[in-house]
Design a protein around this ligand. Sequence first.
Ligand SMILES: NC(=O)c1ccc[n+]([C@@H]2O[C@H](COP(=O)([O-])OP(=O)(O)OC[C@H]3O[C@@H](n4cnc5c(N)ncnc54)[C@H](OP(=O)(O)O)[C@@H]3O)[C@@H](O)[C@H]2O)c1
Length: 342
Amino acid sequence: MATPPRRLLITGATGFLGRHVLQALRADQPETRALALCRRRADWNRQPWTAPLDHVDVIEGGVTGPEGWTGDRRLKGCAGLVHLAAVVRHSRRDPADLYETNVDGTLRMVRLAAQLGCPMVFVSTSGTVGCFESPDEKADEDAPYVERTVGGWPYYDSKIRAERKARALAAQLGVPLTLVRPPILLGPGDHRLRSTGHVLKYLRGAYPFLIEGGMSFVDVRDAAPAILRALDHPARRPVYHLNGTDCGVVAFFELCRQVCGVRPPDYVLPFAIAHRLATAAERVAHLTGRKSPLPDPVVLEMGRHYWGLASLHAERELGFRARPPRQTLADTIDWLRRNTAV
Ligand SMILES: NC(=O)c1ccc[n+]([C@@H]2O[C@H](COP(=O)([O-])OP(=O)(O)OC[C@H]3O[C@@H](n4cnc5c(N)ncnc54)[C@H](OP(=O)(O)O)[C@@H]3O)[C@@H](O)[C@H]2O)c1
């Protein structure tokens, strides 16, 4: 009997990173099949970018909700689990689903990896360790969690909890677990317009002001293959950082201007004033059921901090290279212009 092809389970397959991980898999390991976990098969079928991915089989299910799909016979012999699924939302309002998905859902995936007897890569975020008051600090893979800084922001708090609990559970169940921490992902193909949403807002002139603070990003096309290599490395480490470009908020939008000519807002407001305005606007929006025209207060709190990541091992062990930031921004902007009403 012929040996079945190697298979990997990929959660979050319908997202921005999922799309690029699936494309990187096809480019780098054409013999490997992907089992893409999708909450709704119809969502997968509806996306034009999924059509050429003939190395993908869809498993309908979620990391929360009914678990019947974990008994799917195609999972038998699965060589690895790449866990990307998460709720990425930067607001303090109604975070229950965010914690359920990001923490409980991750623990479920550790249990599933134990059941399948396979290694797991969990994509977390640079923000669990790399958020600071000053632009001079950087977090490497051994850096402590920065929960005192990010603990009031549900998304980062959920990722710290998920990392801690997943590590403990994986150790208990004997699952080889690797955490990969990228900063903000930019690049072409963000069909949900979430990760690159702030670039889109800038292109649309929707930011009334900027604030002083920091920004850190990496190209999704550089992150995706490195994530797959982290799963396959014969002596994979517990943590890899995929660091790209750390810069100031004002410098980031100036770089965007140099790339595409669109002028960023002239006003750089002091954080305290910007935050007061955003908090008031968010309250009004909540009461009226409308969308606030200003960034969520949490986004401003994040934006006034500095995000710095250092990587000790990803270049050497995963072949990770961050491409020049101008190229990432040019390709992001070009894709947004071609695929949205900018
Ligand atoms: N984008 C960034 O800037 C960035 C930076 C650092 C780390 N990360 C991490 O990278 C991962 C992928 O991010 P992304 O940018 O690709 O996010 P995304 O585009 O928002 O996609 C999120 C994915 O998670 C899935 N998902 C959400 N809740 C789920 C549930 N209960 N069960 C199963 N799937 C669920 C979504 O599926 P549906 O289609 O069903 O909604 C979607 O496939 C996340 O873990 C994120 O924390 C992202």
